[in-house]
Write a protein that binds this ligand. Structure first.
Ligand code: NAD
Ligand code: UGA
Length: 466
């Protein structure tokens, strides 16, 4: 089967970049990305390609190349679904905030809405692809909805989880470690659907990197991959606390263990805690699934990854309070970074939000500088926690457009995101304009200890007790 038209439901951090790259690499396929969110679609269609809603290095160029040629962003989902032979579902699957599984299970209502819409609109056979991250066995629910609401139309369901990381999305999409496709290779139609998707990726990904499995393995591999990655961060963070007590240095330990080829060097950077929209949500979901099968030890094992991460964020905030003579009330603390990692404007579950919340509870006054995150997002993130009135958040938190302005007359600087520019600031100037004693709390291990201490700063760095 040769695919000529693709529809993707969901124009978010995954749908937008993945479809842009498919359109770039497959100019013969018409790719239409649809969304319920009008502002988001308008932003993807902004004539100024630098104003698309997702900031990712290199993405604007990809969009500029394909948009209007064979890449379209639209509100008309019915039309795009009807026309497409292949439909990707790339909507959000957040943690449930109500009912059974509240706080743990994935909320699948958006997925179900997509399935019902496809069933209602489809007049010809379709291949439906799970691009969103989903609990294992979700494909059977989608299939059930499609087959029962349907009108004789045949649907093949594939699982094709996305492994891109934010900040490196375009590079990850251009040169993925692997593409994973789960499908049913026991039927002719199932095999044809698998092959149709393999064909698309084979335009730029070497075939040996395109893995096919059964649907359940593919769905569960995605949760497993995120759980393993997050577990490495929590493991190194757990040891960072021990380093601070013993004089060992976490960067030296990462190097020492990372050079063992069985362990490998990646994802061993101690930090103020992992953030992002997925690690926590996916592990909570894994924990919930394990528990729902009565596998309590399995659930308990993975839950520790989250517990350790919460501890890491909280102990960073507590360290600041303790060091500033046990009170931060009325003291100005400058936050460098609000995004959950560098090179992205995404702030979902960013450690900065939780550290700020804990300091605000101690009546600190915070000034945030982040090169990509606008003020409205900072306030929205804090308001979402409902820890205090929105007015109070605006009174206590200011957002600066200039980093030196943010740090002026501050008692302390806290580094929450590892933006490259923070390394090259004129730290002598920062010292001169801060209150003394001047403290720097480096939650990302990026500044040079000797240089800062020579200037006169008191420096705390995660995982190093010297
Ligand atoms: P997102 O919130 O950025 O985007 C989802 C979009 O779907 C939103 O714009 C929303 O308006 C739209 N939407 C929801 N329901 C809809 C419907 N019925 N019809 C049309 N549009 C609808 O989410 P995201 O970060 O792109 O994540 C999407 C999925 O991909 C999640 O399951 C996530 O776990 C997974 N994932 C995310 C990343 C990442 O880096 N963000 C990486 C890999 C996998
Ligand atoms: C992560 C995975 O890396 C992707 O493969 C996956 O597709 C994605 O989740 C998803 O499913 O959403 P992402 O969250 O974008 O990608 O970013 P990561 O680079 O994984 O970083 C996650 C968090 O861990 C960040 O806060 C980062 O600062 C932190 N981290 C990462 C560390 O603290 N130390 C490290 O060594 C690595």
């Amino acid at each position: 089967m040769s695919i000529t038209k693709i529809c993707c439901i969901g124009a978010g951090y995954v749908g937008g970049p993945t479809m842009s790259v498919i359109a770039q690499k497959c100019p013969h396929i018409q790719v239409t990305v649809v969304d319920l969110n009008e502002a988001r679609i308008a932003a993807w269609n902004n004539p100024d390609v630098n104003k698309i809603p997702v900031y990712e290095p290199g993405l604007a160029d990809v969009v500029a190349e394909a948009r209007g040629r064979n890449l379209f962003f639209s509100m008309d989902a019915d039309k795009a679904i009807d026309a497409a032979e292949m439909i990707f579902i790339s909507v959000n699957t957040p943690t449930k905030t109500y009912g059974a599984g509240k706080g743990q299970a994935a909320d699948l209502r958006y997925i179900e809405l997509c399935a019902r819409q496809i069933a209602r609109v489809a007049k010809q056979d379709k291949i439906v692809i799970e691009k969103s991250t989903l609990p294992v066995r979700t494909a059977s629910s989608i299939k059930s909805i499609l087959d029962h609401v349907g009108n004789g139309v045949q649907f093949q369901i594939l699982s094709n989880p996305e492994f891109l990381a934010e900040g490196t999305a375009v590079a990850d999409l251009h040169q993925p470690d692997r593409i994973l496709i789960g499908g049913d290779n026991t039927t002719t139609e199932g095999r044809a659907a698998l092959e149709a998707l393999v064909e698309i990726y084979a335009h730029w990904v070497p075939r040996e990197r395109i893995l096919t499995t059964n649907v359940w393995s593919s769905e569960l591999s995605k949760l497993t991959a995120n759980a393993f990655l997050a577990q490495r961060v929590s493991s190194i963070n757990a040891l960072s606390e021990l380093c601070e007590q013993t004089g060992a240095n976490i960067n030296e330990i990462s190097r020492a263990i990372g050079t063992d080829s069985r362990i490998g060097p990646k994802f061993l950077k101690a930090s103020v805690g992992f953030g992002g929209s997925c690690f926590q949500k996916d592990i909570l979901n894994l924990v919930y699934i394990a528990r729902s099968y009565g596998l309590h030890e399995v659930a308990h094992y993975w839950e520790q990854v989250i517990i350790m991460n919460d501890h890491q964020k909280s102990r960073f905030a507590k360290k600041i309070v303790r060091t500033l003579y046990n009170t931060v009330s009325g003291k100005k603390i400058a936050f460098l970074g609000w995004a959950f990692k560098k090179d992205t404007n995404d702030t979902r579950e960013s450690a900065a939000i939780y550290v700020a919340d804990e300091l605000l509870a101690e009546q600190a006054v915070i000034t945030v500088y982040d090169p990509r995150v606008p003020a409205g997002q900072v306030y929205a993130d804090l308001d979402y926690l409902k820890s205090r009135a929105a007015d109070e958040n605006r009174d206590l938190v200011k957002v600066a457009a200039d980093p030196y302005e943010a740090m002026k007359e501050a008692h302390a600087v806290a580094i929450l995101t590892e933006w490259d520019e923070f390394r090259t600031y004129n730290w002598q100037h920062v010292y001169d304009v801060m209150l003394k004693p001047a403290f720097v709390f480096d939650g990302r291990g990026i500044v040079n200890r000797e240089a800062l201490e020579q200037i006169g700063f008191h420096l705390y760095r995660i995982g190093s007790g010297e």
